[in-house]
Design a protein around this ligand. Structure first.
Ligand code: FAD
Length: 463
């Protein structure tokens, strides 16, 4: 960025613009572990400051990179071409929670868990629950269309967005959508912005849908001898016409990692575990939990543990929650993919992954939201061996090809960012990419917003 551009930014932000190396380093990385230094970091307090920044960027041609908490797994918030990082940390007000209309209006920097807690105080529920909810922001969730454990029953962030306010790449402030249950006026610009990874607009306000808080929940942990049996049980439970609010699978390797680390007694012969939670009215939850238990046993579970009180449920969740720290013990570098296949193809996908692991001589740990068909494929490598890195890259590509072949998608929740840009065309095809680029051009003709993301060779502005 030029001195002139920095001075013009300082006129907007004053002390809330930082250019010291220390400050820039703090905003140079996300959960991918990759680092790119921005030229400056700014903390806006309102949409007007963001609008003025984007207008300046169009004049001086520097990149503007929106950032929530930097917890993304695809490199979305990394300033790969420098420019100014716009941190939404200080735009963190919950503007209203309307219990009559079941709607919340929030600023983008609100931490997801805070909104959930505030809604809960009024007997309401904001369901999206990424595992990062204690620190990630609503703005980041909207930009990535984040999902979580309860997506199988309640859907993902997209399903709770009624309307948005955003600054487009042109510097125009647009309001999209509605604050009502229905609304079909013109093209759905709200959906365009959700999942657009900060490349079309910077979200400055969101109108979100709330639902009544479920009365109670019950949790089950079922142990199976093999991945195949566990995966078949997933389809079996769904065929029972029960929709659990969580249906998580941990494969043989994941269970083995946890067995080594967590203080949990696992039944002899466990090769796979399913964590299932049902929620709803007191009267129906106990019955549904019994039916899930029966289905698991019918599909070959060795043992099923059940808990209805909070402490018991917490204990069962321990196995699932211990996985992330536990897998690091396998190898230090985790290549973390988030593919989704139709639930009916899960068995095939697990067989493919186990074969791939043997063929490429790689440790692959699989777990995730099996109820959605969403598997976190974690290829664990030392990070020191070139040959191993090459085999891992080949494995990633093979996983994506198989996923698309099975009718799935290469990203269920982490987005494309820089991590999956080379593979996007594999799923959406050249025409899909071309239409997306044309849309990008409408929203952001000078390529100011988050350049270098999603599209491999996007002609983006440079410093
Ligand atoms: C331990 C851990 C667990 C996780 N679990 C899950 C999970 O279960 N489900 C899931 O979906 N993800 C998960 N994630 C990934 C990550 O938390 C989500 O993608 C989250 O939505 C990112 O939010 P953030 O505020 O950190 O956004 P950032 O990482 O800061 O940004 C993400 C993207 O959003 C853009 N962006 C941020 N704010 C705005 C805005 N106001 N307007 C426009 N664009 C914006 C950025 O430019 C970037 O492209 C996990 C991450 C970690 C580290």
């Amino acid at each position: 960025m030029t001195e002139n551009a920095i001075s013009a930014l300082r006129a907007i932000f004053g002390e809330r613009l930082r250019t010291s190396l220390e400050d820039r380093i703090c905003y140079s990385y996300d959960a991918t572990g990759k680092e790119f230094l921005p030229d400056a970091v700014a903390w806006p307090l309102n949409p007007e400051e963001i609008r003025r920044t984007v207008l300046l960027a169009n004049e001086h041609l520097f990149p503007v990179v929106p950032r929530g908490a930097g917890s993304g797994f695809s490199g979305g918030s990394l300033p790969v071409r420098g420019g100014v990082v716009i941190s939404t940390e200080r735009m963190d007000r919950i503007l209203s929670i309307d219990s009559e209309n079941l709607v919340a209006v929030v600023e983008p920097g609100v931490v997801t868990e805070r909104l959930k807690e505030e809604a809960k105080k009024q007997g309401l529920y904001y369901p999206p629950d990424p595992a990062s909810l204690k620190f990630c922001t609503i703005g980041g969730n909207l930009a990535e269309c984040a999902g979580g454990m309860c997506a199988v029953k309640y859907g993902v962030t997209r399903d709770y967005v009624l309307g948005l306010e955003a600054v487009l790449g042109t510097g125009e402030l647009v309001r999209t959508g509605v604050c009502t249950v229905k609304g079909v006026v013109g093209y759905d610009l709200t959906r365009m912005l959700v999942g657009s990874e900060g490349t079309l607009g910077i979200i400055t306000k969101a109108t979100l849908k709330l639902i009544p808080l479920p009365e109670t929940a019950a949790t089950l942990l079922a142990f199976f001898p093999s991945n195949e049996k566990g995966a078949r049980a997933v389809a079996g439970i769904v065929q029972e016409r029960i929709t659990p609010c969580a249906l998580e699978l941990m494969d043989r390797t994941a269970v083995e990692c946890v067995r080594r680390m967590a203080d949990l007694s696992l039944p002899e012969g466990t090769g796979c575990a399913l964590l299932i939670e049902v929620d709803g009215l007191e009267a129906s939850v106990a019955r549904e939990a019994d039916r899930v238990e029966e289905a698991c046993l019918r599909f070959g579970a060795i043992e099923v543990r059940k808990a209805a009180d909070a402490a018991g449920r917490d204990n069962l969740w321990k196995l699932r929650r211990s996985i992330s720290p536990a897998v690091r013990q396998v190898n230090p570098v985790k290549i973390n993919e988030d593919i989704v296949v139709p639930r009916s193809r899960l068995v095939e996908m697990f067989a493919f992954l186990s074969d791939l692991s043997e063929r490429q001589d790689l440790k692959i740990v699989n777990f995730g939201h099996a109820g959605d068909g969403n598997i976190h494929v974690n290829i664990m490598i030392s990070g020191k061996d070139e040959d191993e890195r090459g085999r891992a890259d080949k494995a990633v590509e093979a996983v994506f090809r198989k996923t698309v072949e099975l009718g799935g998608t290469i990203s269920g929740e982490h987005g494309i960012g820089i991590a999956k840009a080379p593979y996007m065309e594999m799923e959406v095809g050249p025409l899909g990419v071309s239409v997306m680029k044309r849309l990008k051009n409408c929203f952001d003709p000078n390529g100011i917003l988050n350049p270098g993301k999603i599209f491999l060779e996007e002609s983006a502005v440079r410093r």
